[in-house]
Design a protein around this ligand. Structure first.
Ligand code: ZN
Length: 125
């Protein structure tokens, strides 16, 4: 059905491509509720193919505020919708489980709530 290779979740970097610190220091609060850095799948791993469309903004059900995120995070969701269990809301200023969010196109962010018939509309070049 699909020739997209399975995800290798051991291939991780931070959003800027730097290695994930062994001491997990990237998880410290940078001052606004967000972490200093977030783990993503590596450039090479994200380039292997996506199972979901590229989407970079989502809405928190509780407050209705739209949050935008960077390209490497967005591509990680497209490559592996199960990679994250929660995300940041810039309205609330903290993190919540994915089941409280919807993508800006209306699909739930929690892959367990998604319709499997919605598949990738585009893939990396
Ligand atoms: Zn919120």
């Amino acid at each position: 059905m699909s020739n997209i290779p399975p995800v290798d979740r051991s291939k991780q970097t931070l959003t800027d491509g730097s290695p994930v610190p062994e001491d997990r220091s990237h998880t410290a609060d940078r001052g606004d509720g967000q972490q200093k850095g977030y783990v993503v799948l590596s450039d090479e791993e994200r380039a292997k193919g996506w199972v979901k469309p590229y989407r970079d903004s989502y809405v928190h059900d509780k407050c209705g505020v739209l949050t935008k995120m960077g390209r490497t995070l967005s591509e990680t969701y497209a490559r592996d919708p199960y990679f994250y269990s929660g995300t940041f809301c810039c309205g609330c200023g903290t993190h919540f489980p994915l089941d409280q969010f919807k993508w800006s196109d209306g699909e739930p962010m929690d892959p367990l709530l998604q319709d499997d018939s919605v598949s990738a509309k585009e893939s990396p070049p």
